[in-house]
Design a protein around this ligand. Structure first.
Ligand code: SF4
Length: 435
């Protein structure tokens, strides 16, 4: 289908009714930013809806904003830019709903020690973001002798009491999504992908790969209901897993946990014992340049705290960050894993609470945000931070291809958005400590 105006390009891919396609890449860029932000937000909204959490205003905004991306509807830079920011505001609401939905369904999050590796016997590996699927699988495997493991973004499930109460939630296996081809081949049991960040499977494991609902890949079996009997049957038929412990880690520094330490944190900052907070996380990926995040995190000084979330955490969590003394609270880990990428909501709550405690704006806090981006959810989270007027965010490894140079310049001028690829991590790190 081609544009009526110039008949040169498909609708919505460049024509802005100027008579010549591609004449206004900035408008196209804003429409694409909006579209990607909406996609990320819709993923979160879908999870929240499954947990019984919805907001009619969000649904209405999604419709209106999608309409604004229809060819010839909105080619006004200012109103489109405002809609992009509104997408960020609405995404904050969606992340809030998801946070509340997780708490309502799975209990109050708290720190938990997680066994990483496998245990002897049949097993199911659950990857993706949908914890309701995980709960259904745990319920249906109870008493069957099949162990259940988390993978990738499902790791934060261990922080919820109503999920970790299942003794056969045996642990966690593997890292970020881009390593799945190797890891799913190594994991000899059944594997189920509950959301995006699933790759076209290799021959060697596609027979034991399942997906749920919207998630589907060629060769895998798609489960469209809450009945996981085919997955469980497959796990029983697969080669049993070995007893192979790898390590133990601590997860579960939900914003509720961190805010319960607010008094001690404020005291430590005032006493000069805690100098800076870093939020390093987001979506991981395979491109070169992502060692920026590992190097940056590994070199953060001992009197700082590193918050992390999303699968970007796998870039940094193998480093030994040690602990930091927080007065009456004692020693806590310097690296605090807050959860999934949507738990950026929690990081925002922490930042807002600290700014109130110090009677300053979020931009005046000793806080640096280093965001790795890969897919649409990271775009939605970035828009939320910009809509909250958070300045000086570092994103990387590269600028998203759909952000035109002019639009990126606007974001740099307005929000002091910085690219991780323009400097080396040590220079950037020093810069954050000099302010
Ligand atoms: S954090 Fe982003 S890249 Fe990682 S699994 Fe979640 S959506 Fe995918």
């Amino acid at each position: 289908m081609f544009c009526n105006q110039c008949e040169q390009t498909a609708h919505g891919t460049g024509c802005v009714d100027t008579g010549v396609c591609g004449k206004d890449p900035d408008m196209q860029s804003l429409q694409e930013i909006l579209l990607y932000g909406l996609k990320g937000m819709a993923s979160y909204a879908h999870h929240a809806r499954r947990l019984g959490m919805t907001d009619e205003n969000v649904s209405a905004f999604i419709e209106e904003a999608l309409f604004a991306t229809v060819t010839n509807v909105n080619f006004d830079m200012d109103s489109l830019f405002e809609m992009v920011l509104e997408c960020g505001r609405q995404n904050l609401r969606v992340m809030e709903l998801l946070d509340a939905g997780h708490a309502k369904c799975f209990g109050k999050a708290s720190p938990a020690t997680v066994y990483e590796g496998t245990k002897a016997g049949p097993g199911i590996l659950v990857t993706g973001h949908d914890m309701l699927d995980l709960e259904d699988i745990l319920k249906q495997t109870e008493g069957t002798g099949v162990n259940v493991y988390t993978h990738g973004e499902m790791l934060p499930a261990h922080m919820y009491p109503e999920l970790r109460k299942y003794k056969h939630l045996a642990g966690h296996f593997g890292g970020a999504w881009q390593k799945q081809k190797k890891e799913f081949a190594e994991f000899t049991g059944a594997v189920v992908a509950t959301t995006n960040c699933i790759l076209i499977p290799r021959e060697e494991y596609k027979d034991r790969l399942f997906t749920t609902r919207a998630t589907a890949v060629p060769g895998a079996k798609r489960i469209t209901s809450n009945d996981f009997s085919a997955l469980i049957e497959c796990a029983k038929q697969c080669a049993p897993l070995p007893d192979a412990p790898v390590k133990e880690t601590t997860v579960g520094f939900h914003h509720g946990v961190i805010l319960s330490l607010a008094g001690e944190i404020v005291e430590a900052v005032k006493a000069g014992k805690l100098k800076h907070f870093y939020l390093i996380g987001g979506c991981d990926g395979a491109e070169p340049g992502r060692n920026y995040f590992s190097e940056f995190a590994a070199n953060t000084p001992k009197d700082t705290i590193v918050l992390t979330l999303g699968c970007g955490k796998y870039r940094i969590r193998d480093n030994d960050f040690g602990t930091i003394e927080l007065g009456a609270a004692g020693a806590i880990p310097r690296l605090l894993d807050m959860g999934q990428c949507n738990d950026a909501y929690g990081a925002i709550q922490v930042a807002v609470a600290l700014s109130k405690a110090f009677d300053c704006g979020v931009n005046d806090l000793p806080l640096t945000i280093v965001l790795s981006w890969f897919e649409q959810k990271a775009v939605a989270v970035l828009l939320t931070l910009l809509a909250l007027d958070v300045k000086g965010i570092r994103i990387g490894p590269n600028p998203p291809a759909f952000v035109s140079p002019n639009v990126f310049k606007i974001l740099q001028d307005k929000y002091d958005l910085k690219l991780t690829s323009t400097k080396d991590p040590m220079t950037d790190l020093k810069e954050t400590l000099s302010v």
